[in-house]
Design a protein around this ligand. Structure first.
Ligand SMILES: Nc1ncnc2c1ncn2[C@@H]1O[C@H](COP(=O)(O)OP(=O)(O)OP(=O)(O)O)[C@@H](O)[C@H]1O
Ligand SMILES: [Mg+2]
Length: 167
C-alpha cells in the first residue's frame, strides 16, 4: 500500500529511554532520502541532541562526534551515506525577525537545507525562511525523567519509506 505523504502524516510515540530515542532516529535517518530536513523542537533537555545523534548514526556518522553546536549554529559531518548537517538555532530565540534572517544567512544554513545529504535542525520553531520540500518535524515533550512523548510529522513527497520505518 502506498500513501501520499505530500499531505501531512503524523505518528505519536512514547519512548522510555535515551537509547530508544536514539534507535528511533537511527531507523528514521536510514530511510530518509537525500535533501530531507528534520526540524526538532522541545524544551531544554528534551532530547533533541540525543535524537540528532541517532540521525547521525543512521547516516554513518560516529554519534559520539555530535554535540549541541550551540555556539556555531551549524556543523557538518561526512558520513558513509553523504553529508549530515546539524544546526542549533537556540540563540535565535532572543532575536527579532530581521536579526534571525541575518543570522540564518550568515551560517549558510539556507544552502544546506534541501541540498545533498540530511540536515537536522534543533529549535526548528525559530527558523525563518523557505519551507523545505521534504520535511520531518519532531516535537519532543518530557513526560518524566525517562519518558518522552515524540510526535513526528511528515510533509512532502517521497517520505513513505521513512514513515514505514518508524511505524
Ligand atoms: N526517552 C529519552 N529520550 C531522550 N533523552 C532522554 C530520554 N530519557 C532521558 N533522557 C535524557 O534527557 C537529556 C536530553 O538531552 P539533550 O541534550 O538531547 O536535550 P536537548 O533537547 O538537545 O537540549 P538543548 O535544548 O539544551 O539542546 C539527556 O540527558 C538524556 O539522557
Ligand atoms: Mg541540544
Amino acid at each position: 500500500m502506498s500513501t501520499d505523504t505530500s499531505s501531512e502524516q503524523r505518528i505519536q510515540l512514547r519512548l522510555g529511554s535515551e537509547a530508544a530515542t536514539e534507535e528511533l532516529a537511527r531507523k528514521l535517518a536510514s530511510a530518509l532520502d537525500e535533501g530531507c530536513v528534520v526540524g526538532l523542537s522541545g524544551r531544554l533537555g528534551a532530547g533533541k541532541t540525543v535524537f540528532c545523534r541517532g540521525l547521525a548514526e543512521g547516516r554513518g556518522v560516529d554519534p559520539r562526534e555530535v554535540s549541541s553546536p550551540s555556539f556555531v549554529y551549524l556543523q557538518s559531518y561526512e558520513g558513509d551515506s553523504g553529508p549530515f548537517h546539524h544546526a542549533d538555532l537556540y540563540r535565535l530565540g532572543s532575536m527579532d525577525d530581521a536579526a534571525i534572517e541575518e543570522a540564518i544567512d550568515g551560517t549558510g544554513l539556507q544552502h544546506v537545507l534541501g541540498a545533498a545529504g540530511l540536515a537536522a535542525v534543533e529549535w526548528w520553531e525559530f527558523y525563518r525562511g523557505p519551507v523545505p520540500q521534504k520535511l520531518v518535524t519532531v516535537e519532543i515533550a518530557v513526560e518524566n525523567p525517562e519518558y518522552r512523548s515524540i510526535e513526528l510529522k511528515f510533509a512532502g513527497q517521497g517520505l513513505q519509506r521513512a514513515l514505514d520505518a518508524v511505524s
